[in-house]
Design a protein around this ligand. Structure first.
Ligand SMILES: [Cu+2]
Length: 466
């Protein structure tokens, strides 16, 4: 069982906000530039902050943990009107929010008070939980009101995150800064020789692209076909960050928390790293790689070997989204972006070598008669339709979250096997949607309820007023 190291600090102290504004001024009209020369800019870089961690319960404590979360504008913001109408938003702080942690088997309760002046929600992206705790657009929390979902953690160790999911405004709320990490721990992961000291050799890397306006505020820029693309990369809320590495192996938990941009993460000179986990948690074994493509909402954990005194720049490289060169350019797929400079200390602490095997993965076998649903994603529509809060599909008993975020190439068909094993609730739906958040806001979203086997027809008839 781990707790937060004492040296954790808030992700965005006033210092970071000032740094962002400075960066914003400098980057305002900057074109996206290739990452070369990053090493020469060390002196201008700022230490990568990691969000403060709220630890999981200790084994001797009751296995239950309460968290309070307050999405809000930064305090005193009303005194700074002339900076512009759209301040950044944060959860318990000026930007982003604390890292929540829970162990498998632990009960979590989150007390959430909305201190914004508009309705929002908090959605637990990737969490296996009852629909009523999901924080989708069906659970808006009015300004000044509260919401207190609770659930038991019933999934393997993984890097998840939380973000708002208000109907039609998800992109804006995420872009302006609401969101944070939710790390799940379990015994299986804890038994492996992996770097896991938060903020020391286990580093959250929340990647977002922003456009800064003339007064250093996030500006909502023009949208391309996929949504807004920013020319300044922030990691954990900080521009041009540097991470001092003190161990031979460093684990990076990469989270694409951007609203539209995909990233193909990798290092200069094709430095190899080990991919150890993706959205659902640990892989069966580490996979040596030089690139990992993450579309919005996706996570991956990589372990990077470092030598004493050297530097390495985590970049995003041009990647193939299966679209025409013009669309690729408009979608940011042709960009090279510096994400994070890793600078190894002159003396590195030894790390245990990575284990050959990681998690045991339960094979997903199709049941005798699976229900097949066809989804066609085309022209901003799913199956030719926009989101309609009154239309639902019912699917038999209980949910495994849909984690199929990858932007599919046109005319590519693929099959996903989804298993629904618990949490039937005929009244409250789950969402499935594009994680290009602008597309989601304009209606590329659908909903389904999970019901006990055999009750599908009755539930649908009731929902549609028959
Ligand atoms: Cu999400």
């Amino acid at each position: 069982m781990r707790t937060a190291p004492a040296r954790c600090e808030r992700p965005h102290p006033a210092r970071a906000a000032r740094a962002r504004r400075r960066a914003g001024g400098r980057h305002r009209r900057a074109r996206l530039r290739p990452g070369r020369g990053a090493a020469a800019r060390h002196h201008r870089r700022r230490r990568l902050p990691e969000p403060a961690a709220r630890p999981a319960a200790r084994p001797e404590q009751p296995r239950r943990r309460d968290h309070r979360l307050l999405p809000r504008r930064p305090r005193g913001e009303q005194h700074h009107r002339r900076r512009g109408p759209d301040p950044e938003l944060g959860v318990d702080g000026p930007l982003l929010g604390p890292t929540l942690r829970a162990r498998r088997g632990e009960s979590v309760r989150v007390e959430f008070r909305n201190e914004l002046d508009e309705a929002t929600t908090l959605h637990w992206h990737g969490m296996h939980l009852p629909a009523a705790a999901d924080g989708g657009p069906h659970q808006p929390v009015a300004p000044g009101a509260g919401w207190a979902p609770s659930w038991r953690v019933r999934q393997p160790a993984a890097t998840l995150w939380y973000h708002p999911h208000p109907h039609g405004a998800t992109e804006r709320h995420v872009y302006r800064g609401l969101g944070g990490l939710f790390l799940i721990d379990d015994d299986e992961e804890a038994a492996l020789a992996l770097p896991r000291e938060y903020g020391v050799d286990d580093i959250p890397v929340i990647v977002q692209d922003k456009t800064f306006g003339p007064v250093g505020r996030f500006a909502e820029g023009a949208r391309t076909e996929i949504g807004m693309l920013g020319s300044t990369i922030l990691v954990n809320g900080t521009a041009e960050p540097v991470l001092t590495v003190r161990t031979r192996l460093v684990r990076l938990r990469l989270i694409n928390a951007s609203t539209a941009r995909c990233y193909a993460f990798g290092f200069a000179a094709d430095r190899r790293f080990a991919l150890i986990a993706t959205d659902g948690g640990l892989l069966g074994a580490p996979v040596e790689s030089t690139r990992i493509l993450l579309s919005p909402g996706e996570r991956a954990e990589i372990v990077v070997p470092m030598a004493a005194g050297e530097t390495a720049v985590l970049r995003s490289f041009p990647h193939d989204l299966g679209v025409t060169p013009t669309v690729a350019r408009q979608s940011g797929a042709a960009d090279t972006l510096d994400i994070l400079l890793l600078r190894a200390a002159p003396d590195l602490r030894a790390s245990a070598p990575l284990p050959d095997r990681l998690a045991w993965m339960e094979p997903l076998t199709a049941p005798g008669a699976p229900v097949t649903r066809r989804m066609e994603l085309r022209d901003f529509l799913i199956n030719g339709r926009l989101m309609d809060p009154h239309r639902r599909a019912a699917t038999a008993a209980a949910a495994r979250r849909v984690e199929g975020h990858r932007l599919p190439a046109p005319d590519v068909r693929f099959r996903l096997a989804l298993r629904f094993a618990d949490y039937a609730d005929p009244a409250v739906p789950y969402m499935y949607h594009y994680h290009l958040l602008w597309h989601e806001d304009i209606g590329m979203m659908g909903q389904f309820v999970v019901v006990e086997p055999g009750t599908e027809r009755a539930v649908l008839n009731r929902a549609h007023g028959h």
